[in-house]
Design a protein around this ligand. Structure first.
Ligand code: FES
Length: 159
């Protein structure tokens, strides 16, 4: 199985898993923070992403120093947050649990913004509807799509 997580302009993670979900090889074209978090999970939890814990990724990414990387304090919080969201997506996809509430559809009809564009904005930097609007123009007209954007934000942050 091939698992590709792509955040255009930021990150590209490509994993090849065998039939039992074990990573055979991988390719990272990622930020330093995502690379560190990915390799830390690999080292600590093994080659089966479906068995990596998804619940503590955010605190885990903020405590990278305990894995021997002392340059953590130079990284921005946004890099850490993005890394945690991407690794979380890998885990959910590897478990077959990746089920965002909206996928492959236009969420904001007024502005023609797709669920994928909104998810990219959330993963890259947006944590609120206002920030999603700022980066994608979604929900800047009639705002009936606002609830869907909230659902996507909540899904990405597992709330
Ligand atoms: S549907 Fe998104 S602003 Fe109208």
């Amino acid at each position: 199985m091939e698992l590709i997580i792509n955040l255009p302009g930021y990150e590209n993670i490509s994993l090849h898993l065998d039939d039992s979900g074990v990573i055979q090889h991988y390719q990272l074209c990622c930020s330093q923070q995502t690379t560190i978090l990915f390799k830390s999970c690999l080292e600590k939890y093994g080659k089966k992403p479906s068995q990596w814990p998804k619940s503590n990724l955010f605190s885990y990414s903020q405590g990278l120093d305990k894995f021997g990387h002392s340059d953590n304090h130079h990284s921005s919080n946004n890099d850490e947050r993005r890394a945690a969201l991407l690794i979380q997506e890998i885990i959910l996809r590897a478990r077959g649990e990746w089920k965002p509430p909206y996928a492959g559809e236009t969420v904001c009809n007024c502005r023609g913004v797709s669920s994928e564009e909104i998810c990219h904005a959330i993963t890259a930097k947006a944590s609120s509807v206002e920030e999603v609007s700022q980066w994608t123009t979604a929900s800047t007209s009639c705002t009936t799509c606002k609830d869907k954007i909230v659902e996507l934000i909540q899904y990405r942050f597992l709330k």
